[in-house]
Write a protein that binds this ligand. Structure first.
Ligand SMILES: Cc1ncc(COP(=O)(O)O)c(C=O)c1O
Length: 435
């Protein structure tokens, strides 16, 4: 790979997401040196004019599952919708004049949006390489900030390889999504805020993709002398750190395509800097299933009124699973981003209502004469069930002469309300069955 423009202190930035293959891997400084040299104060100063300090919101609804008080660090409320802005601003500040030819990034979406924002603030051009299947809303958000988007590659790793080539070719500065000590220091500012916001901080549960966020948090906690544990969480469908922390970096061929609802953490290989850092800084690592991630997104929307994307919800998913041991003191879960396609979140919420028995589909038959349907709907209205859709079904269903089938999708208050509705339909002379 061509050398890429990077910060003015070269060994602090790795140039490849794959430590086993990376020439940078050989020159990775000792972990203690990395921890000591991350420029947290400079990162915090770089953030001040653009990023906002995000709230740590007490979440009583999670206390039982977590075995103690929980607060949610709402990075979904950060400008650009994720913590990634912190790393991007810190890196651009560290680059100084080296950024003047413009910025190049590769990203599943959030990092690209953050780098695009940092470029806009600096008044420099920006080009972002995103995998072909990047969520539509994330692509649009990057473009809206004036950056040029190149949809290329089947994964963040492939997009990153293209971004590296582009940076070498055009002289732009590559802003790595996680494997760069200035980016890591920027993400570490989340922990600097937490240390001020949560006096009894016992544990931080953090999503892990490439590992930049977790590394930054770990460095800031360690440097502050905090006793708080750091627990990483990966999406089970793409969890390379599980093996890597055991000393085994899988071959690409062994890695699943990583199809996960948590696209922000779908990174197939740990970084050359972040792997040794997380080996040193993580107290534990958990994985969560796709169902658990979806349930956590719904939990956050319904119970806490926070919009989280899949990657943003995985720390909460781990707490909801009850698999993380209780601690004494406050557990903080990082809700790292909220950039989810509205259609996906709506579908998850609808699916949840169905699972909870609050959205039902009922088939029945009505007399095919004027007023027949109105009578049926009168019964539905009498028990105050809410009609969502109604369809006449005349094909491939058993019907008597001059009858029509009707399929109703309804919102109810839950299973007992649905039973009440079915009883009312039966009392009204309708043969009704749940679909
Ligand atoms: C919302 C969200 N959460 C978590 C992560 C993981 O961050 P990292 O790659 O630094 O581990 C990302 C990465 O893009 C993200 O977008």
């Amino acid at each position: 790979m061509q050398p890429i423009p990077s910060s003015d202190h070269d060994p602090r930035a790795a140039s490849d997401a794959s430590p086993a293959a990376s020439p940078a891997a050989a020159s990775v400084p000792q972990v203690a040196e990395l921890i000591a040299s991350a420029r947290l104060d400079a990162a915090r100063a770089a953030l001040s004019a653009v990023a906002v300090p995000t709230p740590a919101i007490a979440c009583a609804e999670l206390a039982e599952a977590a075995g103690g008080p929980v607060a949610l660090k709402a990075e979904c409320l950060q400008r650009t919708g994720s913590f990634k802005l912190r790393g991007a601003l810190a890196k651009v500040a560290a680059l100084g004049d080296a950024a003047s030819a413009g910025l190049i990034a590769a990203s599943a979406g959030n990092h690209g949006r953050a780098v695009a924002m940092a470029a806009r603030v600096r008044g420099i051009p920006c080009e972002v390489f995103m995998p072909g299947d990047a969520p539509v809303s994330k692509v649009a958000a990057v473009e809206q900030l004036g950056a040029r988007v190149q949809l290329a590659g089947a994964s963040v790793e492939e997009a990153l390889a293209l971004a590296c080539e582009r940076a070498a070719e055009c002289g732009g500065a590559l802003v790595h999504p996680f494997d760069d000590l200035d980016v890591i220091a920027g993400q570490g500012t989340v922990a600097l805020e937490l240390l001020e916001q949560v006096p009894d901080l016992a544990r931080v549960v953090v999503p892990v993709g490439g590992g930049g966020l977790a590394s930054g948090l770990g460095i800031a906690l360690r440097r502050a002398g905090s006793p708080a544990q750091l627990i990483g969480v990966q999406a089970r469908a793409c969890a390379p750190y599980v093996e890597a922390l055991r000393g085994r970096v899988a071959d690409d061929s062994e890695l699943a395509a990583g199809a996960t609802i948590a696209d922000g953490v779908a990174i197939k290989r740990p970084g050359a800097l972040t792997l040794p850092l997380l080996r040193e800084l993580l107290d534990d690592l958990h994985t969560v299933s796709e169902e658990e991630i979806a349930d956590a997104m719904v939990f956050l929307a319904e119970q806490v009124k926070l919009v989280a994307e899949g990657a943003g919800a995985i720390a909460v998913a781990a707490l909801l699973s009850g698999r993380i041991e209780p601690v004494s003191g406050v557990t903080v879960a990082i809700v790292s981003g909220g950039n989810v396609d509205a259609g996906l979140l709506a579908a998850l919420l609808r699916r949840h209502e169905t699972e909870e028995g609050r959205r039902v589909r009922i088939f029945t038959r009505v007399a095919d004469r004027p007023g027949g349907l109105a009578e049926l709907l009168g019964v539905v209205a009498s028990v105050r069930a809410n009609l969502v859709t109604l369809e006449h079904v005349r094909e491939a269903v058993p019907l008597r002469v001059r009858e029509t089938g009707v399929e109703l999708t309804l919102e109810t208050r839950g299973p007992s309300h649905t039973e009440e509705l079915l009883a009312a339909l039966r009392d009204g002379g309708y043969e009704a069955r749940m679909e």
